[in-house]
Design a binder for this molecule. Structure first.
Ligand code: ADP
Ligand code: MG
Length: 240
């Protein structure tokens, strides 16, 4: 589903991604962990070209997204993204937040868009807030709306960048449970998170990044109980 070859990213002269190689299969859940500043967000953002890579190649379903002829908008509808900050439009009702991408980007007709949006709001447990405005919602509820909006586009891959980091502790599980459900339904996902318990339960594979490199990767059972590299060990000792 995703193949990343020698991905490099520089900001000015500073290399923040030093030639990453990894793949994600259909239905696989890959969790990226690592210290702050190690390049996790930049990696996710390169996958849908919110950042322009400085070198290397990214293939989504075999198509090179760096190809100048690639249709960026079409490619992006295949990749849903949820950020740490709750990216909802404050001036729009919940339902309109979820339909807007369908109507404006996918040109879905309004009735059909509403039908899809309602399904997604049911899925994330937010249908009763259908006509509310975001300012009446908690952070956890806003994040669930953001997930519904991403899902409404019927993406093939979901990217999550620390979706629970800005939430009050009592809101975290609700969001993680939705992600677990998506995983069990076979959604292909790449998730950056500091929730190690979640990673252990849900990840098929864990990638540890440090300083713009993939230091090691493996199944969670191996990564959490017998990491191979010193840097992975010392990171896990701090966070577990
Ligand atoms: P992480 O998500 O693992 O915390 P990031 O991918 O956000 O790491 O950042 C990796 C490195 O790139 C950091 O040193 C950060 O300061 C730098 N960086 C990220 N975005 C920019 C930017 N837009 N301009 C300059 N440097 C950036
Ligand atoms: Mg980050």
């Amino acid at each position: 589903m995703i193949q990343v070859k020698n991905l490099q990213k520089k900001f000015k002269d500073i290399e923040v991604l030093n030639g990453l190689n990894f793949g994600v299969s259909s239905g696989e859940v890959v969790v990226i962990i690592g210290p702050s500043g190690s390049g996790k967000s930049t990696t996710l953002r390169c996958l849908n070209r919110l950042e322009e890579p400085s070198g290397g190649h990214i293939y989504i379903e075999g198509k090179d997204i760096m190809d100048p002829k690639a249709n960026l908008n079409k490619m992006r509808t295949n990749l849903g993204m949820v950020f740490q900050s709750f990216n909802v439009f404050p001036n729009m009702k919940v339902i309109d937040n979820v339909t807007i991408g369908l109507i404006q980007v996918k040109k879905t007709n309004k009735l059909e868009a509403i039908k899809i949006a309602e399904e997604m709001l049911i899925k994330v447990g937010m249908i009763e807030k259908r006509d509310s405005y975001p300012d009446s919602l908690s952070g956890g509820q806003m994040q669930r709306v953001a997930i519904a909006r991403a899902l409404a586009m019927q993406p093939k891959i979901m990217l999550f960048d620390e979706p629970t980091s800005a939430l009050d502790p009592e809101m975290v599980d609700g969001v993680l449970n939705i992600m677990k459900k998506l995983a069990s339904e076979g959604m292909t996902m790449v998730i950056v998170t500091h929730e190690m318990g979640f990673a252990r339960d849900v990840a098929d594979r864990v990638i540890f990044m440090d300083n713009g490199f993939i230091v090691e990767e493996g199944p969670p059972s191996q990564m959490f109980s017998s990491p191979q590299h010193e840097r992975t060990k010392s990171f896990l000792e701090k966070v577990l």
